[in-house]
Write a protein that binds this ligand. Structure first.
Ligand SMILES: Cc1cc2nc3c(=O)[nH]c(=O)nc-3n(C[C@H](O)[C@H](O)[C@H](O)COP(=O)(O)OP(=O)(O)OC[C@H]3O[C@@H](n4cnc5c(N)ncnc54)[C@H](O)[C@@H]3O)c2cc1C
Length: 577
């Protein structure tokens, strides 16, 4: 597959739109980092994405993973490519340098991750779980656990996996059954079965570190009775080298719609040795460190899907000739004009592009809020990043799937045929809406936990923050009206939730979509305000206009849904379904 990173776009975001170099001056760890350094790093990650990862995307999908005698074989080329990624330090990109991480800002990390997701989603899945596991151990581990696991995870010598789901317990982890029994030496014996475990077993690394949720015998029922354990494939010896094989095995691989190069295992724990991470019964809360990282990362997977779908479908549309322009032939010497003359094809291409560029800026903004929250302990940034995490996860992956299908549509019948790649992008993008907490669950998190619980205070704070930016006058008025709409609906939801506990869940998906559109409108206003008169700037100005004219009005329909609902869906008696 062909995949290219637009370096001009990187410069534009890093320098012109967010002026990150100036922002980084406030944060000790990044104060020496310049725009040029940042762009050199992004150019190198772009090279890895296009030259190392993208060429294996289609072959990895065709070949898939195989389970042979308990060992999972990954597609050809993945081993070598993963080695190059890890040797370049890319897994430890934003990791703590005290433990051999690279110590780079998350605002840049978001751009790097998007490239890796876009180039090869299956391959990058082995990496993202590793980073999430490391972050969880860094936050909740003992000094010994951090010293043992973090350098090995950040270097990619060992990889990570997240073992939560059981066949009867997905969203509702409170009913999971995997058991943990304390042993006389202070370790725990873990027994049970987990399903759907991404990167649970493979041969890319010398050890695989499962972060596994299990229940102690005397634990309270529900989510308050779950503990978190580090359950490595090989038990580390005193010197840290992998020792005895632990007692868990991959009994089968899931047969999936997409991400076929990513090994998704059923894992059986038969009295496997686990090490408690964090406190007994505090496991679900600790796991949220990993889940929140993964949610942001999965959002970037969605963004990667939009970008690569756009790149492939735009290239095809320029090349393919079919029919004539409605305003007369544009290429009379050819038998037909290119697809680009058709307004509907342009609608599809610009929809993809407008969401991709807005979400990219949105991701950089959230990454920077996380940097401020982590390194400056800025509480406002922490609140805003928590508020926006479910929006990034669900909005980006919803648009990822919508735009992948749109890219496929641009190719007509060829989009349905394997050779052109779009059908794989559609299949791979779909999982982003489902794992890491379905998008319906993200929307509930936004509305019930982030809006209703604090009476809309953080959302009001965030809207004030967006309004304080210096925006181009072309969009100021329209954007301000969108903020009024969002404020009004936020108050409406807070009020309605008091009267009807089922109301938040009935409008949460619409509300999240609306928030995503308003934040994208802000990003487009910021980007248009910084657009110059050259071709790059002209394209930005036109795409901003397209977003405001053709995509932002979706918010009005969403607002009507939220206001008009009488919660009619709940009126249907269960027996009539
Ligand atoms: C390819 C793949 C990779 C995966 N990787 C991992 C992994 O690495 N580790 C891991 O632990 N898990 C993993 N999962 C599991 C994934 O996170 C779950 O499938 C997902 O969280 C949903 O759980 P479920 O499938 O049990 O669906 P259910 O929880 O049964 O949900 C079914 C439907 O009901 C809705 N629903 C359920 N409860 C609620 C609620 N309270 N409010 C509103 N709606 C609700 C959901 O939104 C969904 O639409 C993976 C899954 C797949 C397919």
């Amino acid at each position: 597959m062909e995949y290219k990173v637009n370096n001009e776009e990187m410069r534009y975001l890093v320098k012109d739109v967010f002026d990150l170099e100036t922002q980084w001056k406030d944060i000790d760890r990044f104060s020496e980092l310049s725009t040029d350094d940042a762009l050199a790093i992004l150019s190198e990650s772009g090279r890895i994405a296009s030259e190392v990862m993208a060429p294996l995307n289609f072959s990895g999908d065709t070949e898939g993973c195989r389970l042979e005698n308990g060992i999972v074989k990954v597609p050809s080329g993945f081993q070598e490519a993963f080695k190059l990624i890890t040797e370049g330090g890319w897994l430890g990109f934003s990791g703590n340098p005290e433990f051999d991480g690279q110590g780079m800002p998350k605002s840049l990390g978001c751009l790097v991750e998007e490239m890796f997701w876009a180039a090869n989603t299956s391959l990058y899945l082995y990496g993202t779980l590793t980073v999430g596991a490391a972050m969880c151990i860094e936050e909740h581990g003992t000094p010994e656990q951090k010293n043992l696991y973090l350098p090995r995870l950040y270097s990619g010598k060992w990889t990570g996996a997240m073992a939560l789901t059981e066949s009867h317990a997905g969203t509702d982890l409170g009913i999971m059954r995997t058991k943990a029994l304390e042993q006389s030496d202070g370790t725990y014996s873990i027994s049970g079965q987990k399903i759907f475990i991404t990167s649970g077993e493979h041969e890319l690394a010398e050890n695989i570190v499962h972060l596994t949720l299990a229940r102690l015998p005397d634990a309270p029922a529900g989510s308050k009775g779950i503990s978190l354990f580090i359950v490595p494939k090989y038990l580390p010896r005193d010197d840290g080298s992998p020792g005895d094989r632990n007692n868990w095995f991959s009994s089968s691989l899931e047969s999936k719609m997409g991400v076929k190069g990513s090994a998704t295992s059923v894992i059986n724990y038969d009295g496997a040795t686990g090490f408690l991470l964090g406190s007994e019964n505090g496991g679900l809360l600790s796991m949220f460190t990993m889940m929140n990282y993964e949610r942001l990362s999965v959002g970037l997977q969605g963004l990667g899907a939009i970008d690569v779908a756009y790149q492939l479908s735009a290239a095809y549309a320029k090349d393919r000739v079919q029919g004539r322009s409605p305003s007369g032939p544009k290429n009379p010497e050819e038998v037909a004009d290119s697809l680009l003359v058709h307004p509907d094809v342009r609608r599809m291409l610009l929809t993809q592009r407008a969401y991709a560029e807005a979400c990219r800026a949105f991701g950089v903004y959230v990454g920077h809020q996380l940097d401020r929250a982590t390194h400056l302990k800025d509480q406002k940034s922490k609140r805003i990043s928590e508020l926006l995490t479910p929006v990034v996860k669900a909005f980006f992956t919803d648009k990822g799937f919508e735009c992948a299908v749109m890219g496929q549509q641009v190719l007509g019948g060829h989009g349905y045929i394997k050779d052109w790649g779009l059908e794989q992008i559609v299949r791979d993008a779909r999982i982003g809406q489902i794992y890491e907490g379905t998008n319906g669950v993200q929307a509930n998190d936004l509305v019930s936990r982030k809006i209703v619980r604090d009476g809309g205070v953080t959302m009001r704070e965030f809207i004030a923050e967006m309004r304080s930016a210096d925006l181009s006058s072309d969009y100021e008025q329209n954007f301000s009206e969108q903020c009024d709409l969002l404020l009004d609906l936020t108050d409406h939801i807070v009020n309605q939730a008091e009267q009807d506990p089922e109301f938040p869940g009935s409008i949460s998906v619409d509300y999240l979509d609306l928030v995503g559109h308003v934040v994208c409108a802000w990003c487009w206003a910021l980007m248009a305000s910084n657009a110059s008169g050259d071709d790059f700037g002209r394209a930005k100005t036109i795409t901003a206009k397209f977003f405001y004219e053709r995509l932002l009005p979706r918010s009005l329909g969403l607002a009507e849904n939220i206001r008009a609902t009488s919660n009619v869906a709940m009126q249907m008696p269960a027996e009539l379904f």
